[in-house]
Write a protein that binds this ligand. Structure first.
Ligand code: SAM
Length: 227
């Protein structure tokens, strides 16, 4: 099976465990991680056109909707099981649409004021990340903005090892079962995180004149780019 198919299979298989509460237990800095980028966005209207790539159950889109209650939301994910949960989440909201597919290959026709992504792009290898950042730049309107809240790797293997241990210890202390922690470790074999520094440079190379890391907690970080 190709790595991409394994990622898709993995998320389809665990989708039923993906409650917001579980996410909170897995991500130690949950509130900052999902929350810190939203007020940074400079878009001032009330109905931006927003694309959420690797949207999963729609958690990040929900954070965006809290700030922009009239936003037009488009959520893309290649796991139908994940997207079905997002559809339920936004069932009462008529301005949300759902695309089933691989975001690196999808033939987008629309342009977006804001593109966001959480915990998804780290599945792409380095060249694919750099290429996808170029694609996102093209998808954005002239003043468009991009937020990527994701897992990064430390350039220092010692620090990376320590961060992973501290993270998994914190998850265990939060009461997660050993079997679920084992499943997280298995999923990590499908990850291909890059460093913050590399990714900021790829954002700049993609054309973003403004690009930086606006938040970091161990191996969790939020990158921001604006045209
Ligand atoms: C860890 S989940 C995160 C979901 C959501 N963004 C969140 O923060 O809760 C990663 C999601 O990215 C999706 N994904 C990974 N690679 C993808 C790709 N190339 N195209 C579309 N979806 C992808 C997976 O199916 C999964 O739903």
């Amino acid at each position: 099976m190709e790595k991409k198919d394994m990622v898709k299979w993995n998320f389809s298989d665990i989708a039923h465990t993906y409650s917001d509460e579980t996410r909170r237990r897995i991500i130690p800095c949950f509130d900052d991680f999902y929350g810190v980028g939203v007020p940074e966005l400079s878009y001032e209207g009330d109905s931006p056109n927003i694309l959420d790539v690797g949207a999963g159950t729609g958690l990040y889109s929900a954070m965006l909707l809290a700030r922009y209650p009239k936003a037009k939301l488009t959520l893309i994910d290649f796991s139908e099981n994940m997207l079905n949960i997002a559809k339920e989440r936004f069932s009462g909201y008529e301005n949300a649409s759902f695309l089933l597919g691989d975001y690196t290959e999808y033939p987008f026709t629309d342009r977006y004021d804001i593109v966001v992504s959480a915990l998804s792009i780290h599945h792409l290898d380095a060249a694919a990340k750099a290429g996808f950042y170029r694609q996102i730049f093209e998808l954005l309107t002239p003043n468009g903005e991009f937020l990527n809240a994701d897992q990064m790797v430390s350039p220092s293997p010692e620090l990376q090892e320590r961060h992973e241990k501290l993270w998994l210890d914190a998850v265990a202390e939060g009461g997660m079962a050993d079997t679920d922690i084992e499943r997280i470790k298995q999923s990590m074999e499908l990850d291909d995180p890059s460093t913050v520094t590399e990714q900021v440079s790829w954002l700049r190379e993609a054309g973003f004149p403004i690009a930086d890391c606006i938040y970091q907690y161990r191996n969790f970080a939020v990158l921001y780019g604006a045209k």
